[in-house]
Design a protein around this ligand. Structure first.
Ligand code: SF4
Length: 313
């Protein structure tokens, strides 16, 4: 058996469901309750949240072979571009990942999002994984220790070494809303991009039953400023020093004249889900009624204007 995100079951045709923004990646969860204890995560060791939850999405269990057949077919039909394995730390997780990768890698690009050392990253890439996701989540030492336990610098060292050895193959997740400042997120994204790591932005989502169930999601306009900063850094249109920050670490200028920013942002791509190619994570961080932090599809003109309106001019 394997856990499959509810949207993925829909796009694979395994369940009848209405999808206004179908996943463009098949999201599969490998492993049971995690040995790690990340305070925001439904799968954390001490979490009281449902074992079938990850972020705000439900992940019913399904027959593994039936799912892998359907993933292969959905890719052949052009319904999905990628398969992402979300792997919890526990007995048998890596073995199940190896089996799935061996089966699917000849057919479509695979991302594996897991806790791994550099040798394990190398083994998975060798086996056929296209991109490995090594999640940092927190952008400063204090938040990292408080939310994930352990040491931020050690985690950064593993991610950096993996990216040096396997250029262009490493993604990381950065979560906005864990007590960091906007400046810290911008400088962390710049550091990661300089090191060849693709940062994927997530908005903190309080999940009932987790240690952070009482927390609040980030302010939308703050998240928008960070999405724009990421896009400008990614396109090499500015550095983290070109932006200005208030004493509280809030972005006070985006480092480019308004007219140029409007041009760069007109297609709305900056506000869409970021990460591996083809990853759109529909409604991972927000309900479909919105407000949407990460748009899982191209924005309408009105939505782009709305997103830009929230930016500081
Ligand atoms: S960015 Fe998306 S596809 Fe890539 S590891 Fe993260 S969730 Fe998976």
């Amino acid at each position: 058996m394997i856990k499959v995100s509810s949207g993925t079951l829909g796009v694979l045709g395994l369940v009848e469901t209405h999808l206004d923004a179908p996943p463009t990646t098949a999201y599969l969860m490998v492993g049971g309750r995690c040995r790690r204890d990340c305070a925001f995560c439904a799968q954390a060791r001490s979490s009281k949240a449902s074992a079938a939850a990850l972020s705000r999405v439900s992940w019913p269990s399904w027959d593994e072979n039936e799912v892998l057949d359907a993933v292969e077919q959905a890719h052949a039909d052009g319904r999905i571009q990628r398969c992402c394995l979300q792997v919890t730390v526990g007995p048998g997780s890596l073995a199940q990942v190896r089996t799935i990768v061996t089966r699917l890698a000849p057919h479509l690009p695979i991302s594996a999002s897991l806790v791994a050392n550099v040798a394990q990253v190398g083994e998975l890439l060798e086996l056929g994984v296209e991109r490995v996701g090594l999640s940092l989540d927190a952008a400063n030492e204090e938040a990292y220790r408080r939310v994930k336990g352990g040491d931020l610098d050690r985690s950064l060292a593993v991610i950096g070494e993996a990216a040096r050895r396997y250029p262009g193959r490493i993604t990381t997740h950065l979560m906005v809303g864990l007590g960091e400042t906007e400046e810290e997120i911008v400088r962390m994204m710049a550091l990661l991009l300089d090191g060849g790591v693709m940062p994927a932005l997530f908005a903190f989502t309080p999940i009932r039953g987790t240690a952070l169930e009482g927390g609040s999601p980030p302010l939308l306009d703050s998240y928008r400023r960070l999405q724009v900063s990421r896009q400008l850094l990614l396109e090499g249109l500015c550095t983290s020093d070109d932006l200005s920050y208030s004493k509280q670490g809030r972005i006070s200028s985006l480092g480019l004249p308004r007219s140029e920013l409007e041009q760069v942002l007109a297609d709305g791509k900056a506000f869409q889900t970021s990460g591996c190619p083809g990853c759109n994570r529909p409604y991972y961080n927000e309900p479909p009624r919105g407000p949407l932090y990460n748009y899982p599809r191209p924005l309408t003109g009105a939505e782009v204007r709305d997103a830009l309106a929230g930016l500081l001019w």
